[in-house]
Design a protein. Structure first.
Length: 433
């Protein structure tokens, strides 16, 4: 029976705990005995809210340093005792960012090999959003949202001052936690489970995602592309049907684009799920039709026949003048999708309200389609996709809404108010007063 210590390393909000969860879920499902030893949980339980203040992390705060070191040692000793009692993989989930902290752990954990998993991700928007998410934790409930965010940023600054990579300290793998890629690895010793772990580190991880297209918009009825038109009466009814569909479910996150039609579709769902966090991502905006934006397909055919024919010949590679095409939007849509997965922290039941071309690109990550077929994938407005893609399960279903009011009934609905634009901060906690 092989035993292993995994020591997670990374600055706060870099995706360590999400990755820890993934590793433990997959290995446990395969019969491996895994346990996570999380310093943050221990700190909150033992020291309470005083340890949430930034000063506690100041490198010159000797008392804070001693207390944090004590917690790290408690966890390390428990991990060792647990492996000694028949455990197989002990994961030490904490920043573990200084060489001295890691040396201390290594001096104690001598009975099994150690693998350092360094988590990196320097996207400033993601870090900002990750911090906003942390500010929702109960440990900050005694502070205002702004105080919690500012305090957490200060804490990150203190960690940065003492941070060093564990590169060169034995067995080491550096992971880009947004793109699920291995950036560097060095294995001077044999690490049990490594092949399996590597697979987990580099796999996409969708526990449950509902992919929805916005309801019918005014431009949809007119056959016009792009623009920023509102929903029609039928579109509003579809938005309400969506809210009813998920009524009573715990929806932790709703992701939309910056376009009005996607936000109006989300509005009744958010009203139904006051605990859901709304995140608007530019990366999920519909294909940019450049100088054809707001034109009807029919007008393009009549007035710009060369463009129309070029697109008809190779829709996937075609690019609108001064705009995008499917192939050129691929990278940004994928980035938006990965951001959504990262920000939702691996939670199941997230909803993403996108657009026709955007949703085609997202589906193409899961469907085995030839690229030339991707721009023709069917994306209805009264059905949604339920996607699960983990190491254990892969499934995709197209599910019709249970109830769609007819046009007459639809006309009675006003558009639900769209929440205020949060500006550059891309997270908004709807539970906030
Ligand atoms: O027609 C609605 C729409 O979302 C447009 O805004 C967009 O240009 C189009 O669909 C994308 O679909 P297609 O690539 O089939 O034109």
């Amino acid at each position: 029976m092989s035993a292993l210590y995994i020591i997670m390393v990374g600055l706060p909000a870099r995706g360590k705990s999400i990755l820890t969860l993934r590793i433990s879920e997959v290995l446990e499902a395969e019969g491996v005995r895994v346990r996570v030893f999380n310093n943050g949980h221990l700190r909150r339980a033992r020291l309470g809210p005083a340890s949430s203040l930034p000063d506690f992390y100041h490198p010159e705060n000797e008392d804070g340093r001693v207390q944090r070191e004590r917690l790290a040692l408690i966890n390390a000793r428990e991990a060792r005792a647990w492996l000694g009692a028949g455990g197989q993989v002990a994961i030490l989930d904490a920043t573990n960012g200084s060489a001295s902290r890691r040396a201390l752990l290594a001096s104690l954990l001598t009975d099994a090999p150690i693998l350092y998993v360094e988590c990196v991700n320097d996207d400033p928007d993601l870090i900002a959003a990750g911090v906003q998410r942390k500010a929702l934790l109960p440990e900050f409930s005694h502070l205002s949202r702004e105080e919690a965010v500012a305090g957490f940023m200060e804490r990150i600054g203190y960690y940065e001052r003492i941070y060093s990579s564990p590169r060169g300290e034995g067995c080491y793998v550096r992971v880009d936690t947004l793109h699920n890629t291995v950036l560097e690895e060095k294995m001077p010793c044999r690490i049990p489970y490594y092949l399996r772990l590597r697979d987990i580190l580099t796999s996409g991880w969708v526990r449950e995602l509902f992919l929805v297209r916005h309801g019918q918009s005014v431009f949809n009825v007119q056959g016009r592309i792009g623009g920023d038109s509102p929903l029609t009466a039928l579109g509003r009814a579809q938005a309400r049907a969506l809210a009813r569909e998920f009524g009573g479910r715990d929806i932790p996150y709703v992701f939309t684009s910056r376009r009005l039609r996607s936000q109006q579709t989300a509005a009744p769902l958010l009203a139904e799920n006051p605990g859901a966090v709304l995140v608007r991502l530019d990366e999920l905006d519909e294909i940019d039709a450049g100088s054809c934006d707001s034109m009807a397909y029919e007008e393009i055919r009549r007035d710009l026949p060369r463009e129309y024919n070029a697109r008809a010949r190779d829709k996937y590679h075609y690019r609108y003048p001064r705009g995008e095409g499917y192939s050129s939007m691929r990278e940004r849509v994928e980035r938006g999708f990965l951001k959504a997965l990262f920000l939702s922290g691996g939670q199941p039941g997230i909803v993403l309200i996108g657009h026709q071309a955007v949703n085609r690109m997202i589906l193409s990550l899961f469907l085995y389609r030839r690229t030339e077929d991707v721009p023709y994938i069917y994306i209805p407005q009264d059905q949604y996709f339920r996607i699960v893609a983990t190491c254990r399960q892969k499934s995709m279903e197209l599910i019709p809404f249970r109830h769609i009011p007819d046009e007459g009934e639809a006309a009675a609905f006003e558009a639900a108010p769209v929440p205020d634009d949060p500006g550059r901060g891309i997270l908004r906690n709807r539970t906030e007063p």
